[in-house]
Design a protein around this ligand. Structure first.
Ligand SMILES: [Fe+2]
Ligand SMILES: [Fe+2]
Length: 251
């Protein structure tokens, strides 16, 4: 079995950032000891160097291996350069070899564009992702894509504006190359779509009050068992709800 923590949208530097929510979530994540924690962007509100330094300080306390990609807010004010200096490369892969027969491979994509809100993966990264997916398939690995922007519109988010501008092309690559799971953030609305054999899970905001209605801050966890996969919503009020449970067809 593999356990994944998926957290997103810290928004450090925003007046709606709540430090206690982030610290509480990091404590919970360290307690459940996931095999990997995936952070899908918007660590900061403005991409400022000092905000990115603070983000790096919080992230340092997460004990599991990490995959981190930037969001649109992190790419403001040359934040994309600060991200690279203080956090890590904006895209790349991480392999987790324990817990599943052939392990899992996480491919992190940078969907941000400097000073813009909209998202794009682009042809070069798309080709790179396809190569990585082929390689993972060859090795029988479970395949996860992590990126900030959603590829499929999310319910309860009003008029669609920020789905990837190359969503059709990226969706085609993901489905035709049989990625198992796609994780994103951005809209602060937790949701799961299933498209053929691929699950698309968006996480809420873990530590800001940029929320809809009475939604609490939250993060997702993913349990990958031999027989089934379960995606859970972990709310800041301590409640846990199942977002999706489906058969593991990757075996
Ligand atoms: Fe956000
Ligand atoms: Fe965002």
């Amino acid at each position: 079995m593999v356990l994944i923590a998926h957290i997103s949208d810290f928004h450090i530097g925003s007046i709606s950032f709540q430090e206690e929510l982030l610290l509480q979530s990091i404590d919970t994540i360290n307690d459940i000891a996931p095999d990997v924690t995936i952070i899908t962007g918007d660590l900061t509100e403005n991409g400022y160097y000092m905000e990115m330094e603070k983000a790096a300080g919080y992230i340092e306390n997460i004990k599991s291996p990490l995959m981190i990609v930037p969001g649109n807010h992190d790419a403001r004010h040359v934040g994309d350069q600060c991200f690279r200096e203080l956090i890590r490369d904006r895209y790349g892969t991480l392999q987790i070899l324990n817990g599943l027969e052939n392990g899992l491979k996480i491919m992190g994509l940078d969907s941000s564009e400097p000073d813009l809100n909209y998202g794009k993966v682009g042809r070069a990264q798309q080709a790179w992702m396809e190569e990585q997916l082929d390689d993972a398939t060859k090795n029988g690995m479970y395949k996860i894509i992590a990126l900030h922007h959603h590829i499929i519109p999310v319910p309860r988010t009003g008029r669609e504006r920020n789905v990837l501008s190359d969503a059709g092309d990226i969706l085609y690559s993901i489905i035709s190359k049989n990625a198992d799971l796609v994780l994103s953030g951005h809209k602060h609305v937790p949701h799961v779509w299933m498209v053929q054999n691929t699950a698309f899970a968006t996480a809420g905001t873990v530590s800001s009050l940029k929320l809809r209605g009475k939604d609490p801050a939250s993060f997702n966890t993913v349990n990958i068992d031999d027989d089934y996969i379960e995606i859970l919503l972990n709310s800041a009020d301590g409640k846990t709800n199942c977002l999706a449970k489906y058969e593991n067809r990757c075996r």
